[in-house]
Design a binder for this molecule. Sequence first.
Ligand SMILES: C[S@@+](CC[C@H](N)C(=O)[O-])C[C@H]1O[C@@H](n2cnc3c(N)ncnc32)[C@H](O)[C@@H]1O
Length: 348
Amino acid sequence: MSKHAEGLTANEELQVEGCHGSDTGSCLEGEDNNKMDAECCGNHVSDSNGNVPSSPREWLDPSHQSHVPLVDVDKVRCIIRNIVRDWAAEGQKERDQCYKPIVEELNSLFPNRCSKSPPTCLVPGAGLGRLALEISCMGFVSQGNEFSYYMMICSSFILNQTQYAGEWTIYPWIHSNCNSLSDSDQLRPVSFPDIHPASAGITEGFTMCGGDFVEVYSDPSQVGVWDAVVTCFFLSITAHNIVEYIEIISRILKDGGVWINLGPLLYHFADMYGQEDVSFIFFHIEMSIELSLEDVKSIAFNYGFEVENETTIETTYSTNPRSMMQNRYFAAFWTMRKKSVAGEKHST
Ligand SMILES: C[S@@+](CC[C@H](N)C(=O)[O-])C[C@H]1O[C@@H](n2cnc3c(N)ncnc32)[C@H](O)[C@@H]1O
């Protein structure tokens, strides 16, 4: 999540309840994260001539400090929390809440997977790629789609540069000054990844596709390509126009294909009307369509979906498991099937 100079985004409201800023609340990425500022790559190690200061005290000299916009600092903090969610042992509980039901549903819907003709599955808003990887390991041709450079760079690093499980260590909660039970909780190291991705059983059909979901999958080449589309904490959180998302998901699924979704309806752009988003180069107004669950299902019905399975799942999102504050979502979990044209004709 990013903080905007003019106010808080909708997703940050939960954080503010317990503690201001990017502390221990949820950390849901917004849309405005696809610009990698040159400033973001600045660091505090060298001066503008590339010279490394000789003593740490020199770093205090303001001339050695690059200006990193707070919005970028927040994004990096979010990525760090997402590393825990996707790739640390500490995130296992959250992965069991969110990813396990999806994986089990896929397993039961596609029981006879064979390597000669594997089913295809798309994961829009794949974040750091763990769910897409798990799906690949199940024998699907799996593609994660992600438009944040921050996420893409980090997932590429974990997936491609890791030599063994637990190779890297971070201190993900060190910036969180609220709701710690002890100093050691706040300062604790977390190693990642919990598995070695290259030995996890990824099939040949595992890819991460960079780009905006709407732009990439509106392409005519995508029509009727996928057996399954899996959206986890993606649908409302990233959409300006949720109807457009549903339309695209319907279009890219094969007849009889399934859409599995897990997440709340936490519209990222809600309540932002009239606010000027200064993180963009140009001032403009963010707008979105915010529908109830009932309306989302009714729209999906109009795009040819029928609900096969529906429940509520209680879960956290990138939450510090040892924090005194634990925000919970009662996330909608559903499986919808795109009615096959032949089936429709048959039933009429
Ligand atoms: C709340 S995160 C969820 C990530 C992951 N699915 C999970 O459950 O941890 C939403 C993700 O969608 C990505 N995203 C947002 N808008 C997108 C778009 N239009 N196209 C592709 N990815 C997008 C964000 O960068 C972010 O990584």
